[in-house]
Design a binder for this molecule. Structure first.
Ligand code: FES
Length: 576
């Protein structure tokens, strides 16, 4: 007789007679062709996140084959099942709007089915956080793997990568520097293989953070998608999933406050995507922890950017892989990490690093004595324009704009932005500050990556490459510029951003971490009185959209739904 909570006996369908439920389940599972012998093994679920609309997950079918092989070799029974999958370019209005839906799907499917452990296959930006959020809430032993980054393409002798170079070439096209034919040629070369964007975008950042958090096998994050080693990594992940099931290694045992702090540290040191702070806050929230943005900022002051990767540096993920991957970064960060955090290998983070290969010579990960940028990539701003915080990716910004006072040029919505940004009559100069409202979690909805407000065409054509831009939106991790994001509370719920008018003066002071609207309090109070919340449409009152609008939280809380996270028991980072 198997343990009542193992294998097919887990999570029985409720007929009021457990033995009958098991009898029926065995009848149907036999229709899949399994023998009794196979069904006595630990059952290892595998999330199938393949979709014809997800290029970043093109290799998932062959990865699943390799995972299955690993599970079988280790004595388990692999069973794949579908979950929602999300690709950045195939999710309207934005993948962030659907991240929580994927997290709910993953959680409920993991919980509903008789799995002793689960292999989570993520890759494209929102998939890794969604799977980790779901697994954390499902409380079933789980191990993550990613599809891995793409290899780079080439154009006229230079390397090209999605999607930092997508934006760079698009900006050149908008400025009239390259023609239709060349932009089309570039378009065909930006994403030359299967896999995730190969710059330090959200996918690469979340893969490295997840490995730092201990949820993946050591070395997993940076292996390119199309390499044979990626398949061997999948086989090893499958084998480890069987041990994880036997050891009952549930996500809460690995994603501890120390492990999440390690991930925050890595986010800062890799010059990672601003999206990752939202996702890590959401993952932490599922475990009862809150990310303290001011504490995160303090970590940033002592954590330099070490990784020389686009968009803040020059290399791509394939170079980080050759340079030893995450282990090389962790070696440099050793005094700043919780090396004793348990990982999915059953060993500590430091033990994993000690076992990893040391590259002979590399120039992708700098020593702490010679960083790419002296502080962490992301700074947290406060002030009367962002009482609950805003962030800026200072490592990818223009140094001379980090202390800047300018006149606000305001766009009330994404539609307003699209209508007027390229209008030749737009009253705007390079010293102005572009402000976008109603693009936050509830405003857009879904907090799209619209924070990378384009430079108005007439200024771009005059050679302007960067301006201060402020919004409650997000920005792709592959983008760059002097861009203030995630302003909280957002304008759609009446945050101070809603009160900004054309011509107001705004002061950005990144060294002092301040963001101030230079309008006196009496005037702001009068504007607040006149402010009206955006009207909800008929479409806003039904289905997932209603659930989203009613319950999504602000950026500083990870944009999770308010009913999905338990009560906060601890703030991260704690005192060291
Ligand atoms: Fe999937 Fe960039 S679009 S990782």
């Amino acid at each position: 007789m198997t343990h009542p909570k193992r294998g097919l006996r887990r999570n029985l369908t409720a007929y009021g007679d457990e033995e009958f439920s098991l009898f029926l389940r065995r009848a149907f599972v036999k229709a899949m062709g399994y023998t009794d012998e196979a069904l006595e093994r630990p059952i290892i679920g595998i999330t199938n996140t393949y979709s014809g609309f997800n290029a970043c997950h093109r290799t998932v079918p062959e990865l699943i084959d390799a995972v299955k092989r690993g599970v079988m070799l280790a004595g388990g029974l692999p069973v794949e099942f579908p979950t929602i999958t999300l690709h950045e370019s195939f999710a309207h209005p934005t993948s962030m709007y659907l991240r929580n839906l994927m997290a709910i799907d993953a959680e409920e499917m993991i919980r509903a089915q008789p799995l002793d452990s689960v292999v989570l296959i993520g890759g494209c930006d929102k998939t890794v956080p969604a799977l980790l959020m779901g697994a954390a809430s499902a409380k079933v032993p789980a191990i993550l793997m990613v599809t891995g980054p793409m290899l780079t393409g080439h154009h006229k002798g230079e390397r090209l990568g999605a999607c930092t170079d997508c934006r760079r070439f698009w900006a050149r096209f908008r400025a009239g520097e390259i023609d239709d034919q060349e932009i089309n040629e570039v378009n065909a070369k930006l994403a030359p293989t299967a896999g995730t964007c190969m710059v330090m975008g959200t996918a690469s950042t979340m893969a490295l953070c997840a490995e730092a958090m201990g949820m993946m096998l050591p070395g997993s994050a940076a292996i390119p998608a199309v390499m044979a080693e990626r398949m061997r990594n999948a086989e090893a992940t499958g084998a480890r999933a069987v041990a994880v099931a036997k050891e009952r290694l549930t996500p809460d045992k690995v994603m501890t406050p120390q492990a999440i702090e390690n991930a925050l540290r890595v986010l800062l040191a890799v010059g990672g995507s601003t999206n990752a702070i939202v996702h890590l806050a959401a993952i932490a929230g599922r475990l009862g922890f809150a990310v303290d943005l001011d504490g995160f900022d303090r970590m940033g002051r002592e954590t330099p950017v070490l990784v020389d990767l686009k968009p803040t540096g020059q290399h791509y993920m394939e170079h980080l892989y050759e340079a030893g991957g995450l282990a090389t970064i962790l070696r440099e960060l050793k005094p700043l990490l919780h090396g004793n955090a348990l990982t999915i290998t059953g060993k500590t983070l430091q033990e994993n690093v000690d076992e990893a290969r040391v590259p002979e010579k590399q120039d992708v990960v700098r020593p702490r004595s010679n960083p790419i940028f002296g502080e962490g990539g992301i700074a947290v701003l406060r002030g009367n324009l962002a009482p609950d915080g805003a962030i800026i990716k200072q490592a990818a910004a223009t140094a001379s704009l980090m202390t800047h006072t300018g006149r606000a040029v305001v766009f009330e919505s994404l539609e307003d932005l699209a209508d007027r940004i390229d209008d030749a009559a737009l009253d705007v100069t390079a010293d102005d500050i572009l402000v976008l409202k109603n693009a936050g979690p509830k405003g857009a909805p879904g907090m799209p990556e619209a924070g990378y407000i384009p430079i108005p065409r007439k200024l771009a054509q005059a050679g302007v490459k960067d301006m201060v831009r402020i919004s409650d939106a997000r920005m792709s991790g592959t983008a760059f510029g002097s861009i203030v994001l995630h302003v909280a509370p957002e304008s759609a719920v009446g945050g101070p951003l809603a009160l900004v008018q054309n011509g107001d003066r705004i002061r950005l002071d990144v060294p002092q971490r301040r963001l101030e609207l230079l309008v006196d309090e009496a005037e702001l109070a009068a504007r607040r009185k006149r402010w009206q919340a955006p009207k909800r449409s008929e479409e806003d009152e039904r289905g997932y959209r209603k659930l989203f609008l009613d319950t999504v939280q602000q950026a500083d809380l990870g944009c999770d739904f308010d009913f999905l996270a338990p009560k906060v028991t601890m703030r991260i980072p704690g005192t060291r």
